[in-house]
Write a protein that binds this ligand. Sequence first.
Ligand code: FMN
Ligand code: SF4
Ligand code: FES
Length: 613
Amino acid sequence: MIVDHPAAKKVVPPPRREGHVLSDAVRAKIVAEATNYPQARSALLAALHLAQAEYGWISPPVVREIAELLGLKPIQVQEVVSFYPMFHSRPKGRCHIQVCTNIACAVAGARKLVRQVEDSLGIRVGETTPDGAFSLVEVECLGSCGSAPVVQVNHDPYIERACAEDIAAILRGERVERQSPMISVIPEGVDGYLLPPNGVTRTEIADYLAVGGYEQARRAWCELDPDAITEMVKESGLRGRGGAGFVTGVKWGFMPKNPDKPSYLAVNGDESEPGTFKDRQILERNPHQFIEGALIAGRAIRAVAAYVYLRGEYTVPYLRLMHAIEQAYARGFLGDNVFGSGRSFHMFVQRGAGAYICGEETGMIESMEGKKGQPRKRPPFPAAYGLWGYPTTVNNLETLTHVPVILRHGPTWFRQHGTERSTGNTLFGVSGHVKHPGVYELPLGTPLREIIEKYAGGMANGRPPKAIIPGGVSMPVLTAEHLDTPMDHESLQRVGSLLGTAGIVVLDDSACPVRAAGVIARFFRHESCGQCTQCREGTGFLYKLLKRLDSGRGTMADLRTIEDVCGYMEGQTICALSDAAAWAAGNFLRRFRADFEAHVAQRGCPFPDSFEM
Ligand SMILES: Cc1cc2nc3c(=O)[nH]c(=O)nc-3n(C[C@H](O)[C@H](O)[C@H](O)COP(=O)(O)O)c2cc1C
Ligand code: SF4
Ligand code: FES
């Protein structure tokens, strides 16, 4: 049975009355946004973004007005405001300076930028100048680790490779713009298909059509049977690029074959794990290929719409994606009669608000429904009970970008890329102490050494690599002795790690492993959603212990406590954030125990040239 357009809910806004503070234009946009969802509440994050852009912060009258517009209780709005770091329930400075201090930015000197702002303005992190002109916060990874250090002012495009002159200009009230100097390339000799040719940005639909774009989506909607598409994707061996590496065709096969209610595709573009900045490259340089992949997936799983969840800080990727979606609607590739097939498929974009846990698939679904992004207990899994309780497939944005080429060239062609069980290319993000940080499209199975030495230009300061995180900071750290490991799921598992998001962070021998573990532990402490005791308490405990070691007050007993805490945190919680935090800290300790012990013996950090925590 063909089901209705999902955006069936019509919202009747309450009339304007005294006490309302939002403009008619913002109220109208909130009401319009609410019609994109079966439940108006799903427009809550968008409403808060709109209100904050107009009003500067989310005041109690704004909370009440939005609650009224969306038919919610004020407390349902307030709890969301307080959950997401991007929403402010107190006024901030007109120039709100956000400095990323996570691992890649820390290594690139972010702490100095923070101090420069503090010293120049006479305020500390978290404070606002008395005249309300400036405020300063430290933020966790901004998804731009290849162009660290990164600063964002208000909601403007990032200032990448930020330097002292940039900070001085910001403080003089100037607008600084330095977008995307990041490298994203297909190295010579590689049969690339995710990124457009080097130096090309293919954001216009005409350019994508000129290379055969949307032809496979047309086939999918007009000629192919949904199950045949799923079979093809299964045969290709494509595995999810969001971190867990689940086989995509198998996941699609869990969706109902004869749906009597709407099914959805939920696209994960939250990309918030430090070391990971690849989905952004797709949106900035090749958004139509992603849309085509989502269209094909939508047909295969018999979905009525795709909802794309994009991290809130991504301003440029958002604008490019919206432009591409508009173009696809204008051509009839999205809408009520997709490719003239008589079937409808819509695409909506929701923006997150700075909470990493919303990348976890059920946390994302909760967030898309306008709630705190707290992961759900499973079962039921999203294929049975997903968005608004309907069958839903969650796929990473890169995963879907592979799909058009699988249909175009066939599964056998696809399997020629990568290894037997880790098929295809992927976008390896490389950051940290390398000469040319960036995103490199390469086959899975490319040795780590080749990625670092050949493509990323080798080590930046002539010092040897010491600690290498292979796939975002959740993944167990490796050492120089693992440099010849092929970067695929099986090989990394054999050396005690995982591929994760293929975001590689390289640290040289100047970097203190305790500080690296500490910065990462701080991240997990900040991002824990707080539902599980082991995670809520354990992440904070690990951070405190690592901080204590760094300060020279650590003891040998603290090392044993770290191991114990990690043991309590693994395999016990609703989602894998707790495991990730334990793997990160536990493996830094396991791999670099001598350095940890030296902190105790020498009563402080024995790495004089290390980055600051
Ligand atoms: C704490 C946490 C954060 C995650 N963040 C992301 C993310 O930002 N993007 C993403 O695609 N997957 C993320 N994942 C994995 C998703 O839960 C999910 O497995 C993935 O989106 C599925 O897509 P795939 O099968 O195409 O990889 C995260 C998982 C956890 C536990
Ligand atoms: S493990 Fe942590 S982040 Fe995941 S649900 Fe539990 S408290 Fe939340
Ligand atoms: S952008 Fe700063 S660590 Fe990723």
